[in-house]
Write a protein that binds this ligand. Structure first.
Ligand SMILES: Cc1ncc(COP(=O)(O)O)c(C=O)c1O
Length: 499
């Protein structure tokens, strides 16, 4: 049996040149967020490799039955706390990646643990309902109290499911059904439609498309994968719909030095998008876009770009779907990242997952199903995940939204400090960008990027990569200025040793 190794307070293999108490990055700003009592003070690395010997053995064993080449290390959830993750070998790492942006309150948050120790939580864990047919008594009231409280204005309905791919997949179906229903004049299906759909033929299964953007990531199920354009490895050998792809702006940094070039780039992308919609041989029923293209390399566009894109969708009768799977739930400094755009006409559909724990999408009334069982499955989400979302929402709203303010304060501090570092180490980092703590920068090459991520892990930080040469920050919402300061110290001491 696996013996748990005791976490020692001593750093054995890596002497971190931490200048704790003395900081290289200006004054640490104050945060309104109350500190988590009992959190680790700093990372502690006790093995010479990560994974260490225990992790390696377990991973090797797992490798006999599952793919292991994507595994960073094994997590000991029991011993992890706050912003610090403990691995199978007792190493303590500062986690700024948080399970690919899906751990909003960090590890073992006291409010989360308290809520999961209740009778309600036990009942929900013991009986996962078929929500479309036999929802638990509290499902409706809880949806009103939680998800509908953060529903974008005018998006009066919510569909729930299990993950981001499924959210987008069902959103596409909803957009297509809405598109055809309008053209059918809201009339019943014809006999021809009913018969032809069983042969996967038109008119019952019409030829329609969902437009997405270069470098987009919207998931890996068949429909979602057809709109994913970030990396070939996700798509190779899998059949795909012949759906159109439009260019996403490639902005130049610093933004204030490339105002004209960036405006031209955005105008080019917008006009090409409209051209595609108007000329595509398969009618475009919907378009989907991320507020910040995350997996594709944290690519941003201006609020003006998104406002104009929304208008193009509206003018051309195309459903405007915003994918907030990675950007949603406060990390960008707004609850939803698209709130920054200042739209006067809200999106038609907004999808979510990751930090909300429960996945799904909000949609307008006119996108409501015309008949039952059109979008349906066994579980249709999970009330236990909704309970978790309730805890997260309560924490975000607590103390006059101290957590959201913390994200903005910490994010500004981290981003400003990284910009300073980029001036000092231009051969290692450039184009620091972000909103809230949803921050990234680029390395000159994929090799440099990977060597930073690998080296910093051995100094006690779990950091994320994205795109071809970007490093991304996806910390929890309890990541405070003091954690950012600690990160910056470790980061500089790590990169200063790289060529
Ligand atoms: C923007 C976006 N959409 C969709 C997905 C797919 O979500 P999931 O991995 O839960 O299927 C992801 C996952 O990273 C994502 O970042």
């Amino acid at each position: 049996m696996l013996q748990k190794q005791k976490t020692t307070k001593k750093i054995v293999s890596q002497q971190l040149p931490l200048i704790l108490g003395k900081r290289a990055f200006g004054n640490i700003p104050k945060t309104p967020l109350k500190p988590l009592e009992g959190e680790f003070e700093k990372p502690e690395i006790i093995t010479s490799t990560i994974p260490g010997p225990i992790g390696k053995r377990l991973i090797e064993d797992l490798g006999r039955i599952q793919e292991i080449r994507t595994i960073h290390f094994l997590v000991d959830f029991d011993r992890s706390f706050g912003n610090y993750v403990v691995d199978s070998d007792g190493n303590v790492l500062l986690d700024v990646f948080c399970h690919i942006s899906s751990l909003p309150l960090g590890y073992n948050h006291p409010s989360m643990i308290k809520a999961l120790r209740t009778r309600d939580a036990v009942q929900l864990a013991a009986h996962r309902p078929a929500l479309g047919s036999l929802p638990n008594v509290s499902w409706g009231p809880k949806l009103h109290e939680t998800l509908m409280k953060v529903a974008p204005e005018g998006l009066t309905r919510v569909f729930t499911c299990a993950n981001g791919s499924e959210a987008n997949e069902n959103a596409y179906k909803t957009a297509c059904m809405w598109y055809v229903n309008q053209r059918r004049g809201n009339k019943p299906f014809t006999d021809e439609e009913i018969q032809s759909c069983m042969l996967n033929k038109p008119p019952g299964t019409p030829s329609l498309s969902i437009l997405s953007f270069e470098k987009a990531f919207h998931g890996r199920t068949l429909g979602a994968l057809s709109t994913t354009r970030s990396k070939p490895i996700h798509k190779l050998d899998v059949p795909a719909f012949d759906w159109p792809v439009a260019p996403f702006p490639q902005l130049k940094y610093p933004l204030d030095q490339f105002v004209k070039e960036n405006a031209e780039e955005e105008a080019r992308c917008l006009s090409r998008t409209e051209e595609i919609i108007k000329s595509n041989k398969i009618p475009v029923a919907g378009m989907i876009i991320e507020p910040i293209q995350a997996e594709g390399g944290d690519r941003h566009a201006s609020p003006d770009f998104f406002r104009k894109l929304r208008k193009i969708a509206r003018d051309n009768g195309v459903a405007f779907i915003v994918d907030e799977v990675q950007t949603g739930v406060a990390a960008t400094g707004n609850f939803w990242a698209f709130q920054k755009w200042g739209l006067d006409d809200q999106p038609d559909i907004v999808t979510f997952s990751k930090k909300s724990q429960i996945a799904g999408f909000f949609h307008r009334e006119e996108y409501k199903m015309t008949a039952p069982y059109r979008n349906y499955n066994t579980w249709m989400g999970d009330p236990l995940r909704l309970l978790q979302f309730e805890v997260i929402l309560n924490e975000i709203n607590k103390d006059d939204q101290a957590m959201l303010r913390n994200v903005n304060i910490t994010g500004n501090y981290l981003q400003d400090s990284l910009k300073e570092l980029a001036k000092k180490y231009p051969h290692l980092m450039k184009d620091v960008r972000g909103d809230g703590t949803f921050i990234a920068f680029d390395s000159p090459t994929v090799e440099t990027r990977n060597s930073i991520v690998n080296a910093i892990k051995l100094n006690g930080v779990e950091l994320g990569a994205c795109g071809d040469q970007s490093i991304r920050f996806r910390p929890s919402l309890v990541f405070a200025p003091k954690h950012a300061s600690q990160f910056l110290d470790i980061f500089e001491s790590t990169i200063s040793k790289l060529k």
